[in-house]
Design a protein around this ligand. Structure first.
Ligand code: VGL
Ligand code: ZN
Length: 233
């Protein structure tokens, strides 16, 4: 406290400003921004709206110039998908069921391939985005993660793509924090990437405490939790 006061007396704001700048993270050429499922289905007017989902769009757009590499994902389900409550008699959205690969939350029909609902949000401005990974397109298997389907066997190919391109660090943003963002971030850790989740560039579904649980799990696995203001653009 004494040292800070002394610095303040001598340098005032002129001292504080460069220190703050030095504390920011400058994404390198071997970093990639992953923009998860920022689609019409997950914002107001969509089939599975996430509260405040559209708010991530300007936050992501503002950071995009800091990244040489951007990957976008799209939830891309068949009609009658195994993750849809309507596929089963007597099941309601947000209930859980058991599928061959384990427990599955059942959702309203959402993000059906080729529909406007499944399109990327039209406000996204990501001119340097290089790859769109579509996931959840196998009718009997869901895929929250951008890396691996829910059977924990079928890869999307994203890890191979990133590794082949020398990417070491990923910054994960988008929807929803507690499902596709969290699963993507944790799989990225498992696959050996350095992983940041940019919290204010995400919004959550928060089903029965799933948001707090997701942060706990992510942090236990070494995912770093930061804010968009921590990125030097
Ligand atoms: C998602 C539920 C169902 C997500 C996708 O993008 O987080 N959540 N499908
Ligand atoms: Zn889905």
């Amino acid at each position: 406290i004494k040292a800070a006061a002394a610095l303040g007396a001598v340098g005032g704001l002129g001292v504080a400003a460069p220190l703050m700048a030095a504390g920011k993270i400058k994404p390198k050429a071997n970093s990639a921004l992953i923009v998860v499922d920022v689609q019409n289905c997950f914002v107001d007017g969509g089939t599975l709206p996430v509260k405040g989902g559209a708010d991530v769009v300007p936050v992501i757009n503002a950071m995009a110039p800091a990244f040489e590499n951007i990957v976008v994902t799209q939830d891309w389900h068949t009609e009658g998908h195994a993750s849809f409550a309507s596929t089963y008699g007597g099941k309601k959205p947000f209930e859980t069921t058991k599928l061959s690969y384990g427990s599955q939350v059942l959702w309203p029909d959402h993000c059906v391939q080729g529909t406007d609902d499944a399109a990327l949000h039209s406000g996204l401005k990501l001119p340097t985005a290089q790859l769109i990974i579509r996931k959840g397109f196998h009718k009997s298997v869901d895929s929250y993660s951008a890396f691996e389907e829910a059977d924990r066997k079928t890869t999307t190919g994203l890890a191979g793509y990133l590794k082949a391109r020398g990417i070491k660090t990923v910054f994960v943003t988008g929807l929803a924090t507690d499902f596709c963002v969290a699963w993507t971030a944790m799989d990225a850790r498992k696959l050996g990437f350095e992983v940041y989740v940019i919290e204010d560039a995400t919004r959550a579904i928060d089903l029965n405490g799933s948001l707090a649980a997701a942060w706990k799990q992510m942090q236990a696995q070494g995912v770093k939790r930061i804010q968009s203001a921590d990125i030097a653009v």
